[in-house]
Design a protein around this ligand. Sequence first.
Ligand code: ARG
Length: 704
Amino acid sequence: MTSGIRFLMCSPDHYDVDYVINPWMEGNVHKSSRDRAVDQWQGLFHLLKDCAIVDLVNPQLGWPDMVFTANAGLVLGKDVVLSRFYHKERQGEEPHFKQWFAEQGYKVHELPKELPFEGAGDALLDREGRWLWAGYGFRSELDSHPYLAKWLDIEVLSLRLMDERFYHLDTCFCPLANGYLLYYPPAFDSYSNRLIELRVPESKRIAIEETDAVNFACNAVNVDRTIILNKASDDMKQRLAAIGFAVIETPLTEFLKAGGAAKCLTLRVTEPVRVELHASATVESRVVRIDGHLLDSGLINQALDLIVDGGGSFQVLNFNLGEQRQSTSSAEVKVTAPSHEVMESIVSQLIALGAVPPPQEVCDINTETVTLPGVAPDDFYVTTIYPTEVRVNCEWVKVQKQRMDAAIAVSDTANGSTAECKVLRDLQVGDRVIVGIEGIRTVRKAESREQRNTQEFSFMGAGVSSERRVELVVEQIAWEMRQIRDQGGKVVVTAGPVVIHTGGGEHLSRLIREGYVQALLGGNAIAVHDIEQAIMGTSLGIDMKRGVSVRGGHRHHLKVINTIRRSGSIAAAVDQGILTNGVLYECVRNNVPFSLAGSIRDDGPLPDTQMDLINAQADYARLIEGADLILMLSSMLHSIGVGNMTPAGVKMVCVDINPAVVTKLSDRGSVESVGVVTDVGLFLSLLVQQLEKLTSPYRIAQTV
Ligand code: ARG
């Protein structure tokens, strides 16, 4: 026996697998042998006695997992934080452990009720005593970590567990003497892995393989240069030997059936305090409020999932359930995150869901001044498509020119403060840009049950739509376009060249002619192919009537470009009688403005094509302004560009044969996007047919 190191163990007199509270116990209920368990436990007990003193706590009938004394609490010096078990199956162990600690003269700290923390199973001291690694995600709540920091006066580093097989930190993580660390990286999220890598230099990190991890090789007891564990591969033993550790294997298979091994069966009760170190925890909490049809629309689930997926944890402080079908609910949720960085990323996503700071909490946003033209301060708030308001001098100010992927610049004017979205390149030195997440809210319209139902019917989600469903959606879109036209609204079409290749050109031309389109956005290609078809009857050299390629046809589009270049512009070609039909012809004839944004692969380009992309973006933005509906027809690039500059509230219909494009565009999380997976030529012909069938409700009203 060496040193004065002490461990606490509990003999397995009442040990069994009686219930299932972790994946290892599944299929093992009453399948363990008590005799073998006793033998294996004795094996460990004697090994430990060779290098330390072992204290015993009395086993209790009815609490079979009490053998796992690691979960009794967390000891540092003469302080112990008692466990609060997550599962009721183990909660009865608490008073017995509490009594033992009290009798030994420890100062026992007890966490608030409903705040689970499972002791040294989820909290491991760096073996140099520099800090405490604390796990969360399954058994222990992140909110318990600040208590550990406070009571034990130590720095706490929070690690998030991701794999339910490794539900306690000590199942996949084992700090060793001399600053080494044995661990299984895939058990942690990427943020935690980064934290580990920041604290432990590569030469000191021993990452193990899954085959060792599932043998509980990380669930090891380390005393000086000795590591006691259930089983380890030769490779792992060699790696440990190379850095001076001797591995002693002792079979603990009966305990594996309950999800524990060497480390779980022991609790080190002599942990030296390093007096020069003091408490710190990066864990942050803040309260947000969410309103809406929280239950019906799944908004609350979405918010809570987002918190957990983002690496945080939550506590629902109160929930006011709307009682009527039409009434909304509201909830106050306390969000906890392991660091400021994680908190900001979670809360900015919650803001996009419509979460707001509790009333009166924040009086002002934080801003920083732009010092380099076109460059925002590091921590700038990135905008979404949702109407946004920001808190300035305790007032909510509406943000102008809402769009996504911009920064918000605020300025003081004679009539108070204003805020507007600015893309990076437009930022000027001296602009005050909002940083962080304080005092920002987005306004999300609460959808009614009815809206959600129609949305379900029309929204194709990620799925490929069936023929009939396409027809239904087209009916709806046609109806809507008719209404917009009759009310003098605005429909913008973004179109790719596929519209022409698939024979949709004549239908789109007709829509323009009949006043259904108020602006057309596209690239060089749609115009070139449209004009090629108008002048030569081919599209990329294919005869559009007969569907066969025309000899030498591949040169047609260049001939056409040349012709228009000679005219000077598309409009001039129309005036000169050179261009007499087609999509662009109709635009010119009907005074429908269009913008053609250039790209690296453009032939020509046509004189109308805007090759300065910043100008092209500005043109697009101008033409989109005030749109009620945007039809995106088979053009991924131009449609995504448009999507980014369009605020929520504008209905977007995205038609593409490729479901990925449709999902990408309709997945803005906004109620107003509809995706249709189909051939765009077919879609346009159905749309024209539907519009023909429709009689305007206003016209009926007039005739009656
Ligand atoms: N069956 C026990 C449980 O699920 C096993 C505890 C293992 N202990 C540990 N420190 N990993 O709680």
